[in-house]
Design a protein around this ligand. Structure first.
Ligand SMILES: O=C(O)CCC(=O)C(=O)O
Ligand SMILES: [Fe+2]
Length: 323
């Protein structure tokens, strides 16, 4: 489906016919697609809020990021991953760093995982950027990423504004808490002849506040809702928006942090470029006091972002954090 062929319903969410992907259990068409260029911006805001409440994931089209900027970002990322292992290791991730290039998984049929390589580096704010982890090859890697950063930041701020206002709060409320740092991830899933038996990334929710993903043309991202996995259809130049754990916590569960996973293609390389919008380490995150009351008791504790990550990575309970 291309968005121009679609109809826009009066919820502001573009609808299309049911599409089945890969196997018959995975319908993709229900995942909301929102056209941000609709002149009725209140409708757009409502569509974003509704999609975040019901799904925790949606795609946005006509979002203002020029296609050329997207293609350039994807070209330099692909060129980097096509280098030899030795050249890629120029930006290898040290064990004690969150940034750099590393293999996430080896093909393991018992664990049901395929090979996944990843590159991580901060892109915003400038004080958090360490160019040591940005590839020098290809030469325009930095320029392409800096250009994309400007645009993705603006798009994320618009989405956070709509979500804040959807909670009845001022437009910067969510941004103030969760947008301390922007991190670029480049995921590289080489083709795998055993793709039916394995997954790319295991089911997870994002620890971030918000994640904005550009995939390449190979579908593979799936989200879980109402006991079913749904595949995201490929819409050229669309951005996939995922609500992460921190927005779920801020909104006291009103916006859903969606469970998602990825598959690997038999013949073609899948790539994706998620940008994680996330709080700084010491930022304490919990439900906004303004939205809490007798009729909406807090479902989450307030906890510093770094402690949240520590607990989540170790699968520790949050129950003993009662104050
Ligand atoms: O590859 C994708 O489409 C999504 C990747 C993802 O979920 C992640 O990096 O957290
Ligand atoms: Fe994710």
């Amino acid at each position: 489906m291309s968005p121009s062929e679609s109809t826009i319903t009066n919820s502001g969410i573009i609808s299309d016919n049911m599409v089945l992907e890969r196997d018959q259990d995975i319908p993709s068409s229900h995942i909301p697609v929102v056209d941000l260029s609709n002149p009725d911006q209140e409708l757009v805001a409502r569509a974003v809020v509704k999609a975040s409440e019901e799904w925790g994931v949606f795609q946005v089209v006509n979002h203002g990021i020029p296609t050329k900027v997207i293609q350039r970002l994807q070209n330099v990322g692909r060129q980097f991953f096509e280098l030899s292992e030795e050249e890629k290791n120029a930006v290898a991730k040290p064990d004690d760093s969150r940034e750099g290039y590393a293999r996430r998984y080896e093909l393991d049929l018992e664990r049901k995982t395929g090979t996944v390589d990843q590159l991580f580096h901060n892109i915003w704010p400038p004080s958090s950027v360490n160019y040591k982890y940005w590839p020098k090859n290809p030469l325009d890697y930095r320029e392409a990423n800096e250009e994309y950063t400007k645009h993705v930041k603006m798009l994320s701020e618009k989405i956070m504004e709509w979500l804040s206002e959807g909670l009845g709060l001022w437009g910067e409320a969510i941004k103030e808490v969760i947008s301390g740092e922007y991190m670029m991830i480049v995921n590289y899933y080489p083709p795998c002849p055993h793709s039916d038996l394995i997954e790319g990334l295991d089911p997870h929710t994002d620890v971030s506040g918000l994640t904005l993903i550009l995939p390449n043309e190979i579908p593979g991202l799936q989200v879980f809702k109402d006991d079913h996995w749904f595949g995201l259809e490929n819409i050229p130049s669309a951005v996939i928006v995922i609500i992460g754990d921190q927005i779920e916590r801020l909104s006291n569960g009103r916006y859903k942090s969606v469970l998602h996973k990825t598959t690997v293609d038999k013949e073609r390389t899948r790539m994706s470029w998620p940008v994680l919008v996330r709080p700084t380490n010491d930022m304490v995150v919990g439900p906004f006091p303004e939205i809490i009351g007798h009729d909406n008791p807090p479902k989450f504790k307030h906890i510093a972002y770094k402690d949240y990550i520590y607990r989540k990575l170790r699968h520790l309970s949050f129950a003993d954090l009662d104050s």
